[in-house]
Design a protein around this ligand. Structure first.
Ligand code: 5AD
Ligand code: SF4
Length: 551
C-alpha cells in the first residue's frame, strides 16, 4: 500500500551482475513480465553507483507489474521464518510483520531448513548489534539448503541500505526499513521473481494503527503495545532518529482497541512502548480540539520545544488504565526532559499503574550530559527524581547509562557512579559507548576514550548498580509483595516466577498450592540476589483486594 507522504521514484532497475548467484534466476516459476528489455536496462550496481543513489524504493511501485502479476504478490502458503534481534520495540515490530504476512497468505515456520523466506528484524544501536546480524547472514548463507529469500528489516536495513544487497556473497535479497513493512508482500514477491528489492522510505505518518500485531506467544499474560514511532530528540550519540525517523503518535482510539483486545485474550499486564513516551501527542482528527498543555515539573527547564495540541500521554495513560483495573500498566521509556506533573499524579492515584519508572539518565555529569544533548543537568534530573519520590514514596527507578562517551574524563565517570549511589536504582542497563556513523557525535565529537577505559568504566558501573540492587532486594526480605505470575521458573517444576509492582523478578515455590500463570500472588520475600528475589506463597489475591488490605 502506498502511504500519502511516500515519495515514489520511477527509476526502473533490474538485476544484472548482482543476479549471477541469485537463487531464483533459473528456478523461479515467476519470470519478469516487462515489455521493457531488461537486458538493456540499468542494473542494480549501475543504479546504486549513479545519481540514483538517493532512491529509497526500488523497483518503484509503478514498475512492479514489469516483474510480477497481482496474483504473485500473495504468500500462497509459502513459509516464512521470523527472527528478531534487539529491543522490545523490535519484538513489537515483528508482531506487526507477522500480522501483515499471515494476512497475506504466508505461514510461519520455526524450521530454518523449510523456510521460503527468512526475515531478520535488526538493531543498529551499537556496533556489536550489527556485527551479530552480519554473522547471522553468513550463517544463513552457509546453511542454505534450498532456494530462499533472506530479508533484512528494521534499523540496520534503514542504516546500511543497499550495501546489504551489494555486499559480495549475495547474503540478502530484500531490505525493508521500519516504515516499509506494508510493502513486504511486494518486496518478497519481487525477490521470488529474481529481483533484489528495497524500500527504506521513512514516513511522517506511518503508525501501523490499523495492523493487528500477532504475538509469538499468544498465551502470554504480558504484552507490549506500541504507542508511537520514531524519535525527535537527536541525542548526539544515538542512531535511532536516523533509522526510525520522525516522531509520530498512534491515535488513542486504536491503542485502546488493542488494549481491550489483549484484555479479552486474558492479558494482565500492558507495557506502553515508545522512544519517548511522555512526548506522546495524539493529533489525529478526533483529538485535535482536545488539546491540553501538560504542565512540566517546576524548575525543570528544557532545551526542546514542548509539543502541544491533541491528547497527551497523561490522557492516554488515563484511558488505558481505565480499561481494566485488574490489568497492570507500565510504560517505557520516558525522557527526563519532559516528564509532566499530571503523569506523576496519575501514577500515584491509579492502583494499576505500576510505581516503577524507567528514567534513562545516561550520565551523572553536566559536561557529558551537555555533549550528549540530553536537555537536563544532573541537578534537574535529581530534582525530578526527588519530586517523583515525594509524590510517590514507594516508586522505584531504573535507568540506562553509557560509559566512555566522547570527552568523558575520569571525574565525569565518578559523577555517574555517584548519581547511581544517590538515586539507588532498582535496575540499570549499562552500555559502553559505541560511535555510530551519521550521528551528531560522529560529526562533531571525538571518540577519545580508549576501549580498555570504556570497558573498565562499563564494568565499574555494572558492579556498582548490582551492589545497590542487591542491597535493595535484601532490604525487602521479610516483607510481602504482590507478584503477577508470568511463567514457570527455570529452577524447577514446582517453582513459578513473576514480577513485583516495582518490576523485580520473584521465584515462588508453589508446593501443593495451585498457582496459575496470570494470577496475582501475595508472596513473603525470603531471599534475594542482585537479579531476583525468592518468596513463599501466602495467598492468591487481586490488585483491588491487595490494595484494600494495605489500607
Ligand atoms: N552507544 C552506546 N549505547 C547507546 N545507547 C544508544 N546509543 C548508544 C551508543 N551509540 C543506549 C542508551 C539508550 C539505550 C537504548 O541504548 O543508553 O538509552
Ligand atoms: Fe535515542 Fe535519545 Fe531518542 Fe532515546 S531519546 S531513542 S537515546 S535519540
Amino acid at each position: 500500500m502506498l502511504r500519502r507522504n511516500t515519495r515514489l521514484f520511477a527509476t526502473f532497475i533490474k538485476l544484472s551482475a548482482d543476479r549471477t548467484c541469485c537463487h531464483n534466476a533459473a528456478t523461479s516459476p515467476v519470470q519478469p513480465k516487462s515489455k521493457l528489455d531488461i537486458k538493456d536496462g540499468p542494473g542494480l550496481s549501475h543504479f546504486l553507483k549513479d545519481s540514483h543513489r538517493k532512491n529509497k524504493i526500488f523497483p518503484a511501485h509503478a514498475d512492479t507489474h514489469a516483474y510480477i502479476s497481482t496474483e504473485e504478490l500473495k504468500g500462497d502458503g509459502k513459509k516464512v521464518m521470523l527472527t528478531t534481534f534487539g529491543c522490545q520495540m523490535n519484538v513489537n515490530d515483528m508482531e506487526l510483520v507477522r500480522g501483515l504476512l499471515l494476512e497475506n497468505g504466508y505461514v510461519e515456520t520455526k524450521d530454518e531448513s523449510e523456510a521460503d523466506a527468512v526475515l531478520i528484524m535488526t538493531c543498529s544501536i551499537r556496533d556489536g548489534a550489527e556485527e551479530k546480524i552480519w554473522n547471522r547472514l553468513k550463517h544463513l548463507k552457509r546453511n542454505q539448503r534450498k532456494q530462499r529469500t533472506v530479508a533484512v528489516l528494521g534499523c540496520m536495513a534503514e542504516r546500511v541500505k543497499s550495501t546489504l544487497l551489494t555486499t559480495p556473497g549475495n547474503l540478502c535479497q530484500v531490505v525493508a526499513g521500519p516504515d516499509s513493512y506494508r510493502d513486504l508482500p511486494r518486496l518478497l514477491a519481487l525477490s521470488r521473481s529474481g529481483t533484489k528489492a528495497m524500500n527504506v522510505q521513512l514516513s511522517f505518518e506511518e503508525t501501523y494503527a490499523d495492523v493487528t500485531p500477532v504475538r509469538v506467544d499468544a498465551s502470554s499474560k504480558t504484552a507490549f503495545v506500541s504507542i508511537m514511532r520514531g524519535c525527535d530528540n537527536m541525542c548526539t550519540y544515538c542512531i535511532v532518529p536516523f533509522t526510525r525517523g520522525r516522531e509520530r503518535s498512534r491515535p488513542i482510539d486504536s491503542i485502546i482497541d488493542e488494549v481491550r483486545r489483549l484484555r479479552d485474550e486474558g492479558v494482565k499486564q500492558i507495557t506502553l512502548l515508545g522512544q519517548n513516551v511522555n512526548s506522546y501527542r495524539d493529533t489525529s482528527e478526533s483529538s485535535i480540539s482536545l488539546g491540553v498543555h501538560s504542565k512540566m515539573v517546576d524548575g525543570f527547564s528544557t532545551v526542546y520545544g514542548q509539543k502541544s495540541g491533541g491528547r497527551s500521554f497523561a490522557t492516554l495513560l488515563d484511558h488505558v488504565s481505565r480499561v481494566d483495573d485488574e490489568m497492570r500498566i507500565r510504560f517505557t521509556s520516558p525522557h527526563p526532559k519532559d516528564f509532566p506533573n499530571d503523569v506523576i499524579h496519575l501514577i500515584k492515584q491509579r492502583n494499576n499503574i505500576c510505581n516503577q519508572i524507567h528514567l534513562p539518565a545516561q550520565s551523572g555529569d553536566d559536561g557529558v550530559l551537555e555533549a550528549m544533548g540530553r536537555g537536563y543537568t544532573r541537578d534537574t534530573y535529581l530534582s525530578l527524581v526527588n519530586h517523583i519520590r515525594n509524590t510517590i514514596p514507594h516508586v522505584s527507578f531504573t535507568s540506562d547509562f553509557i560509559g566512555g562517551f566522547c570527552g568523558e574524563r575520569e571525574e565525569a565517570h565518578q559523577n555517574t557512579l555517584s548519581l547511581m549511589r544517590q538515586v539507588e536504582y532498582s535496575y540499570c542497563f549499562v552500555f559502553p559507548y559505541s560511535m555510530r556513523e551519521g550521528t551528531r557525535a560522529h560529526r562533531k565529537l571525538v571518540d577519545d576514550v580508549p576501549e580498555e577505559v570504556k570497558s573498565r568504566r562499563h564494568k565499574e558501573l555494572t558492579t556498582l548498580f548490582r551492589e545497590i540492587t542487591l542491597k535493595k532486594n535484601l532490604s525487602r526480605v521479610g516483607t510481602k509483595e504482590l507478584v503477577l505470575i508470568e511463567g514457570r521458573a527455570k529452577r524447577g517444576e514446582n517453582c513459578m516466577s513473576g514480577r513485583t509492582d516495582g518490576g523485580i523478578v520473584v521465584h515462588i515455590d508453589r508446593e501443593e498450592k495451585k498457582i496459575d500463570i496470570g494470577d496475582y500472588v501475595v508472596a513473603k520475600i525470603t531471599g534475594a540476589t542482585s537479579q531476583s528475589m525468592s518468596g513463599e506463597f501466602v495467598s492468591v489475591s487481586s490488585l483491588r483486594e491487595y490494595e484494600h488490605d494495605l489500607n
